[in-house]
Ligand binder design. Sequence first.
Ligand SMILES: [Zn+2]
Length: 227
Amino acid sequence: MRTICFKCLRQIDSCLCKYVPPFDSGVKFVFLMHPKEAKRQRTGTGRIAHAGLIDSEILVGIDFTKNARLCELLADPQYYPVMLYPGEDAWNSQKEGFKAEIGNRKLLAIIIDSTWFCSKKMIRLSTNITALPKLSFSGSYRSIFTFKKEPSEECVSTIETCYYLIKELQQAEIVSKDVNPECLMTAFKEMIKFQLQKENDRIEGKIPNNHATDFKYTKKKEIPTFD
Ligand SMILES: [Zn+2]
């Protein structure tokens, strides 16, 4: 019988929670997951981010306009809710007036933790989220998750999004300099190493190969050290 970590939904031998001791980032994070993807987070990183970020929640759905918990959060005056999304009209932490706009409220960062394909429908239906102010990055980042196919190289994973956002908010003095988000990146790197190792073990026949015979899966991958 497989034993699964209830937090990151990974098998105990590959559980990544030990790399992310929970810390308070000063931001409330809400991860929106598509029901199809919420149960199989093999390469997803939202659950690992959630394990590390004390004030974070995972909400599962497609149309969030009537999601009771999300509506409750959006109506709560202690929060300044934003949708993490790029765009010309998006805020970024360096934009003048952003800190003043948040004021005494706590930033509530809503992140769609879904593949590009599934997120399209979620965005189309969830007009309460798309009506929110958008927040983007001031810098541009590339994912270190090189083997995950995304429509653009600019697409960073959910856990990297949290990491870079916290770093940028620290620069803008919205998040305290005392917060140390490095464990998010550490856990992400461990996840990549683990997955590449699994792939190599499969190629070498150490574990069953469920993939169709395909040249892509016969070439062993170099496991990065991230030094
Ligand atoms: Zn875990």
